[in-house]
Design a protein around this ligand. Structure first.
Ligand SMILES: N[C@@H](CCC(=O)N[C@@H](CS)C(=O)NCC(=O)O)C(=O)O
Length: 213
């Protein structure tokens, strides 16, 4: 028997999604810090836990391992349904999934695309985790940078008449958006000046106790 624990890295955006989710649910899970910068996630001990070399990873009491932030969040959603963070009825569940994926694919992955292809310490490590060493491709960073304004326009327009990004209730899509905006600061991308709804929404998110998770 093992004990439940979450392999985490405090500064990294994907583990942060899970920490905020847990804070919103009021669930406490012991955390094990793994340092990506010094390469702890690529050491044999961690690769034995997650051969992909990525964080976060949840270990259950019986030793079962789950990686992928959203898979981990879905596990806790099923075990602790209140408050619901993946939608309350079929339509809301579809909307949460739609926005979650839009934000992850169009926002978070483009921020990651800039970061991985520009950060000096990742010059030979343009792909995460256990992926082979590879050089950065500056054109990929440019592509991602060119796609972000469209992403910001999309969420700004959605937030014009919705309190939360997937509709009237706070959801995991807000968590992914909040972590995307935090991560974007790493690559000097802020909320655009002409996005007042997104600014208002972000200020509200910062007020939630989970923002400190
Ligand atoms: N889609 C995955 C992404 C996991 C991921 O890429 N995590 C980053 C930290 S935010 C990582 O482990 N990076 C390892 C590295 O840079 O070597 C998830 O949501 O869990």
């Amino acid at each position: 028997m093992a004990d439940m624990k979450l392999y985490d890295m405090k500064r990294a955006p994907n583990p942060r999604r899970v920490r905020i989710f847990l804070a919103e649910k009021g669930i406490e899970v012991p955390m094990v810090e793994v340092d990506i910068v010094s390469g702890e996630n690529r050491a044999p001990e961690f690769l034995a836990t997650n051969p992909r070399g990525t964080l976060p990873v949840l270990q259950l009491d019986d030793g079962t391992l789950i990686d992928e932030s959203m898979a981990i969040c879905r596990y806790f959603e099923a075990r602790h349904p209140d408050p619901p963070l993946f939608g309350r009825d079929p339509l809301e569940q579809a909307k949460v999934e739609q926005w979650q994926r839009r934000i992850e694919l169009d926002g978070l992955y483009n921020v990651a695309g800039i970061f991985r292809n520009t950060a000096p310490h990742l010059a030979e490590r343009a792909a995460p985790g256990a992926a082979p060493d590879m050089k950065q491709i500056p054109e990929l960073a440019e592509r991602s940078r060119a796609l972000l304004p469209g992403f910001f326009r999309m969420v700004e327009s959605q937030l014009a008449d919705q309190e939360y990004v997937a509709g009237g209730n706070y959801s995991v899509a807000d968590i992914t958006l909040f972590c995307t905006i935090g991560f974007a600061r790493w690559v000097d991308v802020g909320i655009p000046d002409d996005a007042p709804n997104l600014q208002r929404w972000n200020a509200a998110m910062m007020q939630r106790p989970s923002a400190k998770a």
